[in-house]
Structure formats: structure tokens, C-alpha cells
Design a binder for this molecule. Sequence first.
Ligand SMILES: [Zn+2]
Length: 72
Amino acid sequence: MTCPNCGNSENFLVKTLQMHLLRVTAGQMQPPQEEGRPALFEVLCDECDNTIDLDALDDATRRDLMVSLGVR
Ligand SMILES: [Zn+2]
């Protein structure tokens, strides 16, 4: 994975979105039963704040990223 803007390939900021399953039973909100896995939100270059286009990554790199972050 390399930033196309500045060439950085070492430091990236990843914003993730945590998903929780909320159940409402008989009008009562139940606390989430399990921690959802984070849904990948955005990857930014830590050097220049350029947004990394995830669609432009090759499949192997994207898969490695998902696995290392525990993202579905
Ligand atoms: Zn960059």
C-alpha cells in the first residue's frame, strides 16, 4: 500500500466505524449482545492526509488490510 500523493508506504491513519447490533424488544432497547466488528471507513496517509482509494488497491493488499484490522 502506497500513498499515490507523496509515496509514503509506511504510516497510515485508519478510521473505522464500529457497528453494534441493537435489539428492541417490546419497545425496550436491549444493550448490544456482542461487539460488532469494525466496518472499514477510511484510510488516510499519515504524511500528507491524502485519502487512500481502497478500490484502487489490489485484492491481496485489501485483504491483508481487512484481516489486520479485523474488518469484515
Ligand atoms: Zn501521502
